[in-house]
Each structure stands twice: as structure tokens, then as C-alpha cells.
Design a protein around this ligand. Sequence first.
Ligand SMILES: [Zn+2]
Ligand SMILES: [Zn+2]
Length: 113
Amino acid sequence: MNAAAATRHTHCLRCGRTLRSAKSRTTGYGPKCAAKVRHSPVDTGDYKPHQIVSARELIEDGAIVPLRSVVFIAVSTDGTETYRTAPMACSCPAGLKGTRCYHQLAARMLLAA
Ligand SMILES: [Zn+2]
Ligand SMILES: [Zn+2]
């Protein structure tokens, strides 16, 4: 289990309500917000299927959390690093090279939800 998955959230990352179930505390979203985030109407056409899967996992692990307005903190796959992520920019190695990384996709999914 990585550091991100071990995180326990007490309040919904999206609406701020208290989370009651163990599952919600792991993902960081209440049932309604989790459903909205999962069905986010964002256009994923620019991304490869494995990036879309990674973005969804990042969200469901509660490993991308809002920092301020459109900026998020995303935890790296191995849980050792955090990146600053916005819909069009990210401080991860791929993002710094100007590549569209799955962190940016996850940020877009969350903002569109
Ligand atoms: Zn919520
Ligand atoms: Zn990134």
C-alpha cells in the first residue's frame, strides 16, 4: 500500500462534508461526489487509455487533493513525491517537459465534475 492509499480523509475533497464510511474516507469523496467525479464529462480524447486509467486511480486513491482554485497536489505513483498540478501544467518530470501527464487529466476531471 502506498502513502497515498494509506491517507485517511475526514471530509469530502469536493464538497467538504464529513465522510462517514470507511470507503469514503479512503477515496476522499462521499458517495454522490464519487459518482460525479467518476462520470466527469471531461474530454479524454487527447489521452491514451492507460493515462485515463491512471488518472481515475489517482482520484479514487484520494491521491490528488485541491490546494487552491485550480491547483492540486498529486502524489506520485510510489507515494514518495508530490507534484503541483493544474489542468494545463504539472511539476512532475513529464509535465515539466511539456508532456500532457495523467495528473493534469485528473485535475481536469475533478474540475469538470
Ligand atoms: Zn462531497
Ligand atoms: Zn504530472
